[in-house]
Each structure stands twice: as structure tokens, then as C-alpha cells.
Design a protein around this ligand. Structure first.
Ligand code: AMP
Length: 125
């Protein structure tokens, strides 16, 4: 997938659209999801242009990967969700319903989150 610089997270990174920022450094930006699915619902995105998890894990430089995931850990600490438990997920591509084609991690917490997945039809294509 070619990176589309008009996606909404690229626009947030360029300062064209506001966000409720939690933290940032050279490698990541974290902000609150605009449509939260839990009392705590944050998004962490790398500063550089990667379409999804596979693109990031395959093509990012080691320092970008370390910097990003240290950022995720920092945000989890800031949100205070580790002790009670939280969920860290990333949708990748059409089958997972990825809406924004800039790699991002969701951090969800603040309540019991229920099963990881709604039941899917295993026979569906
Ligand atoms: P995904 O379906 O994994 O691509 O998740 C995209 C997420 O981005 C959704 O949870 C949206 O609610 C969230 N989102 C979309 N636009 C914005 C925005 N402007 N600010 C914050 N979150 C957003």
C-alpha cells in the first residue's frame, strides 16, 4: 500500500487538524481517540510515514521502532492503566477494518473490556 499523505493522522502530525494530545517526542505522537470505545482510549502513532503495522515492523529503522514502542509504554504509564489491565491493539488492512492508513496502536482501558473479538463466522471469506 502506498502511503497517502492526505490521511487524517498525517494531517494531525502536520498541525492541520487539532487533537487532544497526551504526549509526543521525535518518534511518536499520542492523543485521545475522537470516538472512544472505553473510558480510556488513546492512539499512538509514529511520526514517520508507515501505512500499517506490517509496513512499520518491516521497514522502520531500529531507532524508530524502539523510540515508538518506548513511547507506547510511556503513554500507558501516563494513562495509569497498567495495574488494572488494558488492551493494546492495531488493526491492519481491510479484514481488520483499519480506517486510517497511518500505523497506529490503540490503548484501551478504564473498565472490563470483554472478549478480544466479537465472534466471527470462521467460514466467511
Ligand atoms: P482504525 O479503525 O484502527 O484505523 O482506527 C482509527 C481510529 O481513529 C478510530 O478509532 C477513530 O475513532 C479514530 N479517529 C479518526 N479521526 C480521528 C481524529 N481526528 N482524532 C482522533 N481520533 C480519530
Amino acid at each position: 500500500m502506498t502511503y497517502d499523505s492526505s490521511n487524517i493522522f498525517a494531517r494531525i502530525l502536520r498541525g492541520e487538524i487539532p487533537c487532544r494530545k497526551i504526549a509526543e517526542d521525535d518518534y511518536f505522537l499520542a492523543f485521545h481517540d475522537i470516538t472512544p470505545h472505553a473510558p480510556v482510549h488513546a492512539l499512538v502513532i509514529p511520526k514517520a510515514k508507515f501505512t500499517d503495522a506490517q509496513d512499520f515492523h518491516t521497514n522502520a529503522a531500529i531507532e524508530e521502532i524502539v523510540g515508538f514502542y518506548k513511547g507506547v509504554a510511556h503513554v500507558v504509564d501516563m494513562l495509569g492503566v497498567h495495574a488494572a489491565g488494558f488492551r493494546q491493539i492495531s488493526n491492519c488492512g481491510a479484514n481488520a477494518g483499519q480506517e486510517v492508513p497511518h500505523y497506529h496502536v490503540h490503548i484501551l482501558g478504564g473498565c472490563k473490556l470483554g472478549p478480544m473479538l466479537s465472534r466471527v463466522d470462521a467460514s466467511a471469506e
